[in-house]
Design a protein around this ligand. Structure first.
Ligand SMILES: *[C@@H]1O[C@H](CO)[C@@H](O)[C@H](O)[C@H]1NC(C)=O
Ligand SMILES: *[C@@H]1O[C@H](CO)[C@@H](O)[C@H](O)[C@H]1NC(C)=O
Length: 389
């Protein structure tokens, strides 16, 4: 199933990606623009994730059943097949299951772990069980233990995963946001978690950054058992700012199955050992000047900064910390944007976002808010003291 394939030349033609954008920025002053491009081959090739090893510019691209490594000149230096894999959607990877069939492996997580010099890859097969690849040689790979379910962070649906800060240290936690994908409940990972990647001898293992089973404390939060299979939260993007970890999510307005999907930003404090500080606020994006369209479905997001001209034109206070979200609009009751409605781009200043979270948490203390029933169906009122950044 995992085979190495060498020359990847001439296998049909399909444009996959190029570095035009990057080069445009770097080469503005040069008379000619050199565009590097790689054209894949057979039309069945679907690319899904891309990440650069910032150390040397190597580029890793994962797609359905494939993982490529390019050098900084976009020449293929390595390639492995990651599927199809003998699998079944309800199979516990720790057990031997009957009736397996060849199943495509879609890429869900592709991250460079700078500490161990490995590439973390998790796909859609084997309940999202991850694999580590050497950044120098993709044939050198180590599976995570299928016995430890914390190692299942891929899955049938798209997930968000990124290395971030914990305890003031850079890149020491792997933050994940994982939607429920219909698998047997006992094999389902927690919705949001801060994980630690451990390496022992040649094996890798994921654990919660903090876990005390006796006290029931861990760096994770889950959708309440009662709602986990019906209240689906899709994770679009994740980032950190000013001591908090944020996820852009698409979920229903409330647990009522007839309620509409909306976009919510969820937040936990960066060093919260039990994710007690978990808070949600709704993000809205409306078209101004004309018919007011309410865009409800976040499709992609980017946290970054804007330039001086942009700051002046749009009257941005803090040009270093803004969140852009591209939205679509869905038909009623659907969590997918329909092309019919077009799309919108909204920008949020983190100052405003912080203020909104603070207000939400104050409301909570004053008992005007309540604990989110899809997080804890037993708690009718706010009872926890959370930090208000
Ligand atoms: C891997 O981590 C889990 C907890 O997430 C732990 O129970 C297990 O013992 C660890 N395995 C190894 C080999 O350390
Ligand atoms: C919550 O925090 C506030 C402010 O820090 C404090 O005054 C209050 O006593 C705390 N409440 C509880 C129940 O711990």
């Amino acid at each position: 199933m995992f085979a190495r394939m060498s020359p990847l030349s001439n296998r049909g033609v399909r444009l996959v990606f190029h570095r035009a954008v990057l080069l445009l920025m770097l080469n503005l002053c040069r008379p000619t623009l050199q565009i590097l491009k790689y054209e894949a081959s057979d039309s069945a090739t679907v690319f899904q994730k891309i990440i650069m090893d910032s150390h040397n510019g190597d580029l890793f691209v994962a797609g359905r059943n494939t993982l490529y490594m390019f050098d900084k000149d976009l020449v293929i230096v390595d390639f492995v097949e990651t599927g199809p894999v003998q699998d079944r959607a309800d199979c516990d990877p720790a057990l031997l299951c009957p009736d397996l069939s060849p199943t495509d492996n879609d890429a869900r997580v592709l991250q460079v772990d700078p500490k161990s010099g490995h590439l973390l890859f998790c796909g859609s097969v084997k309940q999202g069980l991850c694999t580590m690849y050497s950044l120098r040689d993709l044939t050198e790979r180590q599976l995570f233990s299928s016995q430890n379910r914390v190692n299942y962070i891929g899955g049938k649906k798209d997930v968000v995963a990124f290395f971030g800060k914990w305890g003031g240290q850079d890149f020491s936690a792997l933050y994940v946001g994982i939607p429920y994908d219909g698998r047997p409940m006992e094999l389902a990972p927690k919705a949001i978690a801060a994980l630690k990647l451990q390496q022992m001898n040649r094996a890798f293992n994921l654990t919660y950054v903090v876990e005390d089973a006796k006290l029931g404390v861990r760096t994770a939060i889950d959708i309440d058992r009662e709602y986990k299979s019906s209240y689906i939260v899709n994770y679009i993007y994740g980032f950190q700012h000013n001591g908090f970890t944020y996820f852009v999510t698409v979920q229903r307005e409330n647990v009522n199955p007839g309620s509409d999907y909306i976009t919510k930003l969820v937040r936990v404090c960066e060093n919260d050992m039990g994710f007690y500080s978990y808070t949600e606020v709704q993000l809205s994006c409306r078209k101004q000047n004309g018919v007011s369209v309410f865009f409800n479905i976040a499709q992609a997001a980017y946290f970054g900064s804007v330039g001086k001209e942009f700051k002046d034109k749009f009257d941005v206070d803090d040009m270093e910390n803004v969140l852009f979200i591209v939205f679509g609009k869905s038909d009623q009751g659907s969590d997918h944007a329909s092309e019919r409605y077009g799309s919108g781009l909204c920008m949020y200043e983190m100052n405003d976002i912080q203020r909104t979270f603070t207000k939400t948490q104050k409301d909570c203390f004053s008992r005007r808010g309540r604990i989110l029933p899809w997080i804890n169906s037993d708690a009718p009122q706010c009872m926890l003291n959370v930090s208000t950044g």
